[in-house]
Design a protein around this ligand. Structure first.
Ligand SMILES: NC(=O)c1ccc[n+]([C@@H]2O[C@H](COP(=O)([O-])OP(=O)(O)OC[C@H]3O[C@@H](n4cnc5c(N)ncnc54)[C@H](OP(=O)(O)O)[C@@H]3O)[C@@H](O)[C@H]2O)c1
Length: 244
């Protein structure tokens, strides 16, 4: 039976009786704030979604917003802005939205193009933006994230299944996956970290004017991110195709 959430479903209202969905509470109260949604009980979290105005990130934020407090971050749009290529910008964002329970990053630039045409600048784009940007989110986010919180980063299937044109993207995606596996070994306070590896997204292929029949809808890709945030996985690279 479809179960619509209402205030009676919220457990552990905070002491001043505010609706915790609006209150943006993390950390100490995290264990007692729960909702029942579709007959399952969830802990309400404050989740920061980077790239929340993008194709994948919007679908992820919309899916998580059904049960959690969302902070939607874009680059030029969104409720908050960040530039992944700038450590100062990341630091400033994290300070302004802290404390939080989870960080999801569905952003990161890297250049697609023929190997013989790729320049140093093209390679550096992926390294400084998608790879170091996401690594810095974790390094700088650690001092603000709640106990038992989680980080979810984005790689892409080109890490394991390259194609002509992916010479600057494949190593970046593989780097993100390597970082997640290694960093999981050193996460303190029960904090988890995973990467989601999306395949080509249907809406992206459509926007590029390409055959989208083999693409995965962004809403389906989003299920892999929800699994990372709400499940128990740690140090995992979650292939979004397992959710099709
Ligand atoms: N779409 C696919 O088929 C696919 C497949 C595999 C992997 N991926 C990976 O998934 C991630 C998201 O892809 P997408 O297709 O959803 O991207 P998208 O639709 O182009 O959206 C990008 C998002 O990132 C933000 N952004 C842009 N530049 C940024 C910067 N310098 N710092 C921080 N945020 C920035 C954008 O904000 P504004 O809207 O404010 O500009 C937007 O919210 C990327 O890492 C991509 O490599 C995508």
């Amino acid at each position: 039976m479809h179960h619509r959430m209402n205030s009676a479903d919220i457990y552990g209202m905070n002491s001043i009786g505010r609706n915790p969905l609006r209150a943006g509470i993390a950390d100490k109260t995290r264990q007692v704030l729960q909702v029942v949604f579709k007959n399952r009980r969830y802990t309400i979290m404050k989740i920061v979604v980077i790239g929340a105005t993008g194709t994948i990130g919007k679908a992820v934020a919309d899916a998580l917003a059904k049960r959690h407090n969302l902070v939607r971050v874009g680059h030029r749009s969104g409720g908050y802005q960040v530039d992944l290529a700038s450590p100062d910008s990341i630091k400033k964002l994290l300070r302004s939205v802290a404390p939080f329970d989870s960080v999801v990053c569905a952003a990161g630039l890297a250049k697609f193009g023929p190997l013989k045409e790729l320049t140093d600048t093209d390679f550096l784009l992926g390294l400084s933006n998608k790879l170091m940007g996401q690594i810095n989110l974790v390094r700088m986010g650690l001092s603000h994230i709640a106990d038992r919180g989680s980080f979810t980063l984005t790689s892409g299937v080109l890490s394991q299944e390259p194609m002509p044109g992916s010479a600057a993207i494949s190593p970046v995606n593989a780097g993100v996956e390597g970082f997640v596996r290694a960093a999981a070994l050193e996460m303190p306070r029960g904090i988890r970290i995973n990467a989601v590896s999306p395949p080509w997204v249907k809406e992206t292929l459509e926007a590029m004017g390409m055959d989208s029949s083999s693409g995965m809808p962004a809403a389906t890709v989003a299920r892999a991110y929800v699994e990372s945030v709400e499940g128990a996985k740690n140090g995992a690279v979650i292939d979004a195709r397992t959710f099709s």
